[in-house]
Design a protein around this ligand. Structure first.
Ligand SMILES: Nc1nc2c(c(=O)[nH]1)N[C@H]1C(S)=C(S)[C@@H](COP(=O)(O)OP(=O)(O)OC[C@H]3O[C@@H](n4cnc5c(=O)[nH]c(N)nc54)[C@H](O)[C@@H]3O)O[C@H]1N2
Ligand SMILES: Nc1nc2c(c(=O)[nH]1)N[C@H]1C(S)=C(S)[C@@H](COP(=O)(O)OP(=O)(O)OC[C@H]3O[C@@H](n4cnc5c(=O)[nH]c(N)nc54)[C@H](O)[C@@H]3O)O[C@H]1N2
Ligand code: SF4
Ligand SMILES: [Mo]
Length: 698
């Protein structure tokens, strides 16, 4: 359905975070004759309840930006020139064919993103495996909640962001918000938490900084970055030693408690206080408040997860939920607060190195056979497992990967140790980027393909609750921009794989996705566009069209074969890089309210950009003075990997041993020039959030 964009209101969904607020964009006569303005209003729906934050309200500005890419761009003698789609696609395919003939199929890698719709993410996975026949595909979600995802799979047997509905949050009597800054990152969810507090919930925030979210807290544990796993071990020990546990729940619904308890015996609480920088008295207060409350919920996000032990840190938080029996019943649960608009769906349908649609595993014979049957290929033809996002960058650097196809990410800014990544990308024989804008990564490409935005590109996205939503977007594509999935179909057809990619709508792709996910952990089979329109969203798993969907997980059993959840061994030592004489401070990083990820979109939205024009370093005034740094001074922040340059901003409420910078800028302001690429052994998440650094005034 195409709309007369200039005359009619249009319903769509915010292009940014995982809440996926529904919105209506309304045209208004502009100030100048014949000009058009648009206002964006929130639309009633179960997650955002009609609210929008400042990013959603202003998203229209980047979609309308004069910087939108309108034609394919091809590099010639180091400069971009406009090209027709024919030229651009032919050039890509002929270069790929040459590279594959010379170096094998695995010489072409694919790098996706969590902003892509389910349809595009699904098709990108199929494209890598069927059209290119490469094992190398991964996506930016590896940097996002991969630690929580792998932890959920190990502990519960399945990973879905929230185990319960958002509207149960006000029923919780104690809430732990660990490394999650909801007030800036999912602002429209804040009323659920203020309601809980108004209902008498005890609120615990665990963060090295006093964030806007921490203003909610009855108790704020100002943890040292990278030490959550140990902090939680201390809480667990107190809970177990005091007998504040749910014995019946442990007996009937879990495995591994005794082993965990035994390991806790080795923990020395005094050491925990030293390691985490949190006083034992406060740790005990938090443990008691959560364990003794009638109901309770735990939420984690990137502050806990983006570490070399992020997987175990999350598993330890899940240990807390299990030991207290606070999961699977009303007002209880766990939430990995997913990040990107389709961070959840993007991790379910095959963009990940080890994964096939429906959360199936590419190394599992039955899973391979099921998906190969839907795709109509012999299972042996599907490539095996590849490597994680950052490890792909290492292969790029080594020139094992000669060409990269990036769809929906800006990896040169968002990868750890960004200097090394940039060096690698320069060594590629051929870089292709599909984007709406000339991002930092696109600027390095040989061919850039213009794609449609949330106003133009219809498709489904799965929000942080695991609720599948249909984004209806009816505006015609600007210029010659195309949908991501259309580009994949065009390329596949030129690679002689047209029969596997003959889709004429997002809905047609979704119908194949439904079949491919059928019987998998993330089963979408019962979800149809028609249902999504009627019901405004369906929670997976939903195995057939008469199934109501699954708002609350684990009510009777967990997803492991025996129906039980599994305790993890508690962590006794942090894995993070430690401060030393040369690098005496710990750098952590994260987000600011008005910007989104590497800022490609929000820096092009004048009203958002105006709120934070440049990056800065948050530093405690006491610490700053020790290094002779005045408020507002330009500083260099250096780690073993590299340095970035920003102005500093005094922040009396940050830990004195910690500095913080945002991730929304590239170039010399890029915090990732200094971050640590050490990977978590379970999920291959880089150690983004704790790097030893030195800060000096310039
Ligand atoms: N405004 C805005 N909203 C966004 C995004 C955005 O870019 N901008 N991005 C979206 C995406 S993709 C994501 S993944 C989410 C991210 O959402 P969050 O994870 O909430 O965001 P961050 O700011 O990265 O990190 C959260 C907090 O972790 C704290 N922290 C740092 N180190 C540690 C630690 O070791 N332990 C603990 N407990 N806390 C620590 C930081 O101080 C920070 O306040 O937000 C989504 N929403
Ligand atoms: N230091 C540090 N680094 C981090 C993090 C951190 O907390 N600290 N967080 C990590 C996390 S959680 C994440 S999610 C990553 C994200 O980092 P990136 O993957 O780099 O994410 P974006 O900046 O959103 O880049 C997405 C690009 O895709 C484009 N785009 C948007 N929508 C679409 C679409 O529908 N199709 C196509 N083809 N393109 C589109 C945008 O214009 C933009 O250029 O960064 C990670 N890096
Ligand atoms: S950024 Fe997130 S909270 Fe804000 S309007 Fe968009 S989806 Fe909603
Ligand atoms: Mo993310």
């Amino acid at each position: 359905m195409k709309l007369d964009w200039k005359a009619e209101s249009m319903d769509t969904q915010c292009p940014f975070c995982s809440v996926q607020c529904k919105m209506t964009v309304k045209p208004q006569p502009g100030a100048a004759a014949g000009a058009m303005d648009y206002i964006t209003e929130g639309r009633m729906n179960a997650a955002s309840e009609g609210r929008l934050c400042v990013k959603g309200m202003n998203a229209i500005q980047h979609a309308e930006s004069p910087e939108r890419l309108l034609t394919p761009m091809v590099k010639s003698n180091g400069r971009f020139v406009r090209a027709s789609w024919e030229e651009a696609l032919d050039r890509i395919v002929s270069r790929w064919q040459a590279i594959r003939e010379e170096n094998g199929n695995d010489a072409v890698g694919v790098y996706g993103g969590g902003s892509l719709t389910n349809e595009s993410a699904y098709l990108l996975g199929k494209f890598a495996r069927i059209a290119l026949g490469t094992r190398y595909i991964d996506y930016n979600g590896r940097f996002c909640m991969s630690a929580a995802a792998s932890a959920g799979v190990k502990t519960f047997g399945v990973d879905r962001g929230l185990t319960n509905r958002l509207d149960e949050i006000p029923l919780a009597k104690c809430i732990i918000l660990a490394g999650t800054n909801i007030a800036e990152c999912q602002p429209t969810l804040m009323p659920y938490f203020t309601k809980a507090r108004d209902n008498g919930a005890f609120m615990i925030v665990i963060d090295p900084r006093e964030t806007a979210t921490a203003e909610l807290a009855d108790l704020h544990l100002k943890v040292k970055p990278g030490t959550d796993a140990v902090l939680v071990s201390a809480m667990l020990k107190m809970i177990v030693d005091e007998g504040w546990i749910d014995e019946a729940f442990i007996r009937e619904r879990t495995n591994g408690f005794e082993h965990m308890k035994e390991k806790l015996g080795e923990l020395r609480l005094d050491d925990c206080a030293k390691v985490t920088g949190v006083e034992l008295r406060d740790i005990r207060k938090a443990a008691a408040a959560y364990a003794l409350a009638e109901t309770g919920m735990i939420f984690t996000a990137r502050g806990v997860e983006q570490h070399a032990d992020g997987h175990m840190a999350v598993r330890n938080y899940l240990n807390m939920a299990l030991v207290c029996g606070k999961i699977g019943r009303e007002g209880c649960g766990y939430g990995a607060v997913t990040g990107q608009g389709n961070g959840q769906g993007g991790r379910e349908h095959g963009q990940k190195a080890d994964q096939l649609p429906g959360y199936r595993l590419i190394e599992n014979e039955r899973d391979r056979a099921a998906v190969a049957a839907v795709w109509g290929v012999p299972a042996e033809e599907l490539p095996g497992k590849g490597v994680s996002a950052y490890e792909m960058m290492e292969l790029v650097h080594k020139r094992d990967i000669r060409s990269l196809f990036v769809m929906g990410s800006n990896p040169v800014v968002s990868n750890p140790q960004a200097g090394f990544v940039e060096e690698g990308l320069k060594r590629l024989d051929f870089l292709v980027v599909a984007d709406m804008f000339m991002s930092e990564t696109a600027a390095m490409a040989d061919v850039v393909l213009p794609v449609t935005s949330y106003l133009e590109n219809e498709g489904t996205l799965t929000n942080l609750e695991g609720r599948v939503l249909l984004r209806e977007a009816g505006r015609p594509a600007p210029g010659e921009a195309r949908h991501d999935w259309q580009i994949l179909c065009e390329l596949a057809s030129r690679l002689d794989k047209a029969p596997y990619f003959s889709f004429d709508s997002a809905e047609a792709i979704f119908n194949e996705l439904r079949a491919a996910s059928r019987g998998g952990a993330a089963d979408y089979y019962g979800i149809t566009y028609e249902r999504l329109r009627r019901e405004e969203g369906v929670y997976w798993p939903c195995p057939d069209e008469n199934h109501p969907g699954t708002p609350r997980l684990f009510a009777d059993k967990f997803a492991h074969a025996d129906g039980r959840a599994v305790f993890a061994e508690p962590v006794l030592q942090p894995a993070a890089e430690q401060a030393c004489d040369d690098y005496p401070l710990i750098l952590t990083n994260g987000r600011l309210l008005p910007h989104y990820l590497t800022g490609v979109q929000t820096r092009r939205s004048p009203r958002l950009a105006a709120r934070e024009m440049v990056n800065s370093l948050e530093i405690h005034p006491g610490t700053a003075r020790r290094y002779g740094i005045e408020d507002g001074a330009l500083v260099e922040v250096r780690s073993k990997r590299g340095a970035f340059v920003v102005r500093c901003r005094y922040r009396p409420d940050i830990r004195e041993d910690t500095v913080f910078s945002a991730m929304h800028w590239g170039g010399m302001q890029n915090v990732n020039l200094a971050t640590n690429p050490k990977l978590d052994p379970f999920c291959r998440m880089p150690d983004f959030k704790a790097s030893a650094v030195a800060v000096r005034p310039l």
